[in-house]
Design a protein. Structure first.
Length: 148
């Protein structure tokens, strides 16, 4: 079952595709709505470290493919899963779709991972929209688990 399971979250962000794409490549922007620290910009073939300092969590992110203003393909997490970021130019802005797949879990563990991924990526997209459209850092990731 886990071979076919995937998570998909999407959001229309009312900004040009170049700006939305760059927000996921450049940690100077991404840290305003997702992780708190990064070892560098996403570049094809590189492995970058993302950190969520408030939770003492860090992940190595392998960047498999980048097509400017269209696609970012990565693998990260423990156990590792694939995460793709797709960007589509729309009349009112940019549609970003995040797909996570390649889960090794099954049963209740798979359901938990799917739930965590769905909630997590939805929160990232909500935060990205608020930041890019209104310049507001809602601190969503920091406040999602205040007791940790």
């Amino acid at each position: 079952m886990s071979q076919n399971a995937y998570v998909e979250a999407q959001m229309l962000i009312r900004k040009p595709i170049e700006e939305v794409f760059e927000a996921f490549i450049d940690p100077e922007i991404t840290t305003n709505f997702w992780f708190t620290k990064s070892s560098g910009k996403l570049e094809e073939g590189k492995t970058i470290v993302w950190e969520w300092e408030m939770y003492s969590v860090r992940n190595e992110v392998s960047v498999h493919q980048i097509i400017p203003n269209q696609l970012i393909k990565t693998a990260w997490g423990n156990p590792s899963t694939k995460v793709d970021y797709e960007f589509k130019k729309m009349e009112k802005g940019t549609l970003i779709v995040i797909k996570s797949y390649g889960f090794s879990q099954d049963g209740e563990d798979l359901l938990k991972v799917i739930n965590d991924n769905t909630g997590g990526f939805t929160t990232v997209l909500d935060g990205c929209k608020a930041y890019l459209e209104h310049g507001i850092n809602l601190r969503l990731i920091e406040d999602k688990f205040p007791n940790k």
